[in-house]
Write a protein that binds this ligand. Sequence first.
Ligand SMILES: Nc1ncnc2c1ncn2[C@@H]1O[C@H](COP(=O)(O)OP(=O)(O)OP(=O)(O)O)[C@@H](O)[C@H]1O
Length: 256
Amino acid sequence: MSPLPAAIEATGLHVSRSRTKILRGLNFTVDAGRITGLLGPSGSGKTTLMRVIVGVQRVTRGTVTVLGRPAGSAPLRHDVGYVTQGASVYADLSVEANVRYFGAMHGATAADVAEAIAAVGLESLARQKAADLSGGQFSRVSLACALVAHPQLLVLDEPTVGLDPVLRAELWERFAAMAATGTTLLVSSHVMEEASHCSSLLLLRDGLLLAQLTPTELAQRGRSEDLERAFLTIIKTVEPSIDGAKRGQEESQVTS
Ligand SMILES: Nc1ncnc2c1ncn2[C@@H]1O[C@H](COP(=O)(O)OP(=O)(O)OP(=O)(O)O)[C@@H](O)[C@H]1O
């Protein structure tokens, strides 16, 4: 079988916001039909990178191609799903009405709506108003609204925050099943143990890509099966080069 083309390709990606350099020269590819984890400490640039990929963040320099087209181009609207950290659903509508509403934009059927609700484990609450759900249930409505469109690429910003371990495990199983049927998933997290569910990991720190590697390679390079510890080891190893990159940037700011 010939390999699938990359679902996302970033070349020399720089993003500045309010004159602050947030992403500083990222180069990477995300394989189609796989789960790629976007991992890094708070403030490292994960959300900014996701916003670029879904086309809502202006790029300062460089290119990002998504499913073979420039990120944000109109034909991608039906092919890319994005679930932000803050759930974006209508609190005064029921779970079902929310999913139906978002599904209608993509021609989803009643069966698609029921399937998306079941996928996030909210069947028994389908008729409940979103406002009356718990925090974890509320954020799962958002996920169902993205799933109902059957996107080719699903970008999820910290989807497991606030979920109990059982639900978290179920969601990861769901993501794996989606990847097995060809969906590409890019999932951010700062919980390193979740890295083990991914085929490939993008490790971000201070807007720089420290490494792109598999969980096994992370454990090997970081010399620990504990992926949190392995990540910390990698951070310490590359710290001097980060300082160097920052210095280089400050020098270019002085000269530009
Ligand atoms: N509009 C803005 N103007 C200036 N700086 C911003 C703006 N939005 C975000 N930033 C900064 O960009 C950096 C990266 O933010 P981003 O939200 O991408 O990080 P993150 O890795 O997703 O963090 P978290 O895990 O906490 O959500 C942070 O230092 C943040 O303060």
